[in-house]
Design a protein around this ligand. Structure first.
Ligand code: NAD
Length: 474
């Protein structure tokens, strides 16, 4: 399956590359992964047994440094999967104008089979091995969370890196997605799901596209199915439902639930935590085979688990008109063709889940500047807004309501600035991708180009400029 994933990514790249005017030799260079580090290390289990752990880090592109991408803990991890994910990272960073090359790492374990102490030993040893081979560092390669990892693993990584690089001023910037107390940034945990929401909102705001898909503009009332209720899926579901979407289906690996009238996310998550399954949740009907949830009647399907979920086998039966790729690589190349022919809008992973790397970029900048966003400006803007409001009140001889006053004169703190920067990035990138889509459709035919092609093509052109500037390909 994972071998296929790399082929899928290569085929998607090749398809889009053919729509650009770039030199074929440069395109081949851009496509290829620049370096991959495979290693094994021993783990002493809590019961004294010895086990060999397999791990990877792939740096797909060095056209900008550092490279950037998450670390995945999964039994599905293979070299080709890591390379495929690193490849997607390169294009993702270019699409949202984040100045990194793409990378990805993985450890082949099922985290559920290890104690917290074992996971800590694995994570620290992994970091040690990366440092030893120069595969981690604030200006070299900066990991982040991905499937099966989170802030806790990042805090072990930064602590290990720090202990190996004493006196390195910028060492906190060696990894992002850290807890706030350890140099992390407010808003990183929810960033990918929040970005998914912004991306879907932008897509749903384009009247013509919605009309073409047989939908009304806007998120309110749209029926949504979410596959995977981890970090990305949960936050995407939360922000979409807060904006008025109706969650009609939720799927986890061991079962799904369906209710056309809507499912209360908080209650369903509480149930999942208590029972380790969604099956039996009283507010919905059970869908025993979780994969069947992808076929439920809805407007927006959000795959937020793993790759290769929408394939040539099920694409023809999918009812959703919008596929919002919160996960990396959820749709295979063949499925893409089927969905395009059926008039579905696929919001591609390379754009839609870029919120995580965007806020990781903010965290990296924060670590390098050694200054929390908002610290210098917050009080100053509060005071100047207050003076403006006071003058206005004196002029009109009227007073604002206290809650309005508090809102108007509030200075932006780190969380506000991160959210605003994320929104700006997702809105701007959507406009870029949408424009490229328009241009390419005019040139090659409406049914010949999808949004994935446009996102890839736009990224390829941006990366090609870097090589022009370097003078490598005259
Ligand atoms: P996670 O580990 O927090 O959550 C994944 C969830 O999917 C888990 O709850 C798991 O049980 C569930 N799941 C696994 N197989 C499933 C199946 N067959 N059906 C339904 N549910 C299933 O991982 P995450 O960080 O949310 O990542 C999810 C996807 O998003 C991955 O493809 C990842 O590469 C991508 N992504 C993550 C980030 C990030 O910031 N975490 C950023 C960009 C992209």
């Amino acid at each position: 399956m994972s071998n296929d994933f790399l082929k899928q990514v290569d085929r998607a790249f090749t398809r889009a590359a053919a729509l650009t005017d770039q030199d074929p030799a440069l395109l081949e260079h851009i496509k290829r992964c620049k370096s991959t580090y495979y290693f094994t290390f021993p783990l002493k289990r809590d019961d004294g047994r010895l086990e060999t752990i397999e791990a990877w880090r792939a740096e797909h592109s060095h056209h900008k440094l550092p490279t950037k991408g998450g670390i995945r803990y999964s039994t599905e991890v293979t070299e080709n999967e890591v390379i495929a994910l690193a490849t997607l990272m390169t294009f993702k960073c270019a699409i949202v104008d984040v100045p990194f090359g793409g990378a990805k790492g993985g450890i082949k374990i099922n985290r559920a089979n290890y104690s917290d102490r074992e996971l800590e030993r694995i994570t620290r040893r992994y970091t040690f091995e990366l440092k030893r081979k120069n595969f981690i560092g604030p200006g070299i390669d900066v990991p982040a969370p991905d499937y099966g990892t989170g802030a806790r693993e990042m805090s072990w990584m930064v602590d290990t890196y720090n202990s190996l690089s004493s006196g390195e001023l910028n060492s906190l910037a060696c990894v992002t997605g850290k807890p706030v107390a350890q140099g992390g940034i407010r808003g990183r945990t929810e960033a990918t799901g929040r970005g998914v929401y912004f991306g879907v909102r932008e897509a749903c705001a384009v009247d013509d596209d919605m009309h073409e898909a047989g939908l009304k503009a806007g998120i309110r009332g749209k029926r949504v199915v979410i596959q995977g209720l981890g970090n990305v899926g949960y936050h995407a579901a939360k922000y979409l439902s807060e904006a008025g979407a109706v969650l009609v289906g939720l799927a986890e690996y061991n079962g799904a639930i369906h209710n056309p009238d809507g499912i209360d996310l908080t209650k369903a998550i509480d149930y999942f935590r208590a029972h380790s399954t969604l099956i039996g949740y009283p507010g919905a009907n059970d869908v025993e085979n979780s994969q069947d949830a992808l076929l439920l009647d809805c407007d927006i399907l959000v795959p937020a688990a793993l790759e290769n979920q929408i394939t040539s086998k099920n694409a023809g039966e999918i009812k959703a008109k919008i596929i919002a790729e919160a996960a990396n690589g959820p749709t295979t190349f063949q499925a893409d063709e089927i969905l395009r022919q059926r008039g579905c809008i696929v919001l591609p992973d390379t754009y839609l889940n870029a919120g995580g790397v965007t806020v990781s970029y903010f965290e990296w900048v924060k670590n390098l500047s050694h200054l929390r966003f908002g610290r210098m400006q917050k009080r100053f803007s509060q005071a100047s807004q207050r003076r403006l409001v006071d003058s206005l009140q004196n002029l009109v001889d009227k007073k604002f309501a206290p809650e309005d006053l508090a809102q108007i004169t509030r200075g932006a703190d780190e969380a506000d600035l991160v959210d605003s920067g994320l929104e700006e990035t997702m809105v701007d990138a959507y406009a870029q991708v949408r424009n490229t889509w328009d241009e390419l459709r005019k040139k090659h035919g409406v049914d010949k180009v999808d949004m994935r092609d446009a996102a890839f093509a736009s990224a390829i052109n941006k990366i090609a400029v870097c090589y022009d500037d370097l003078g490598i390909f005259p």
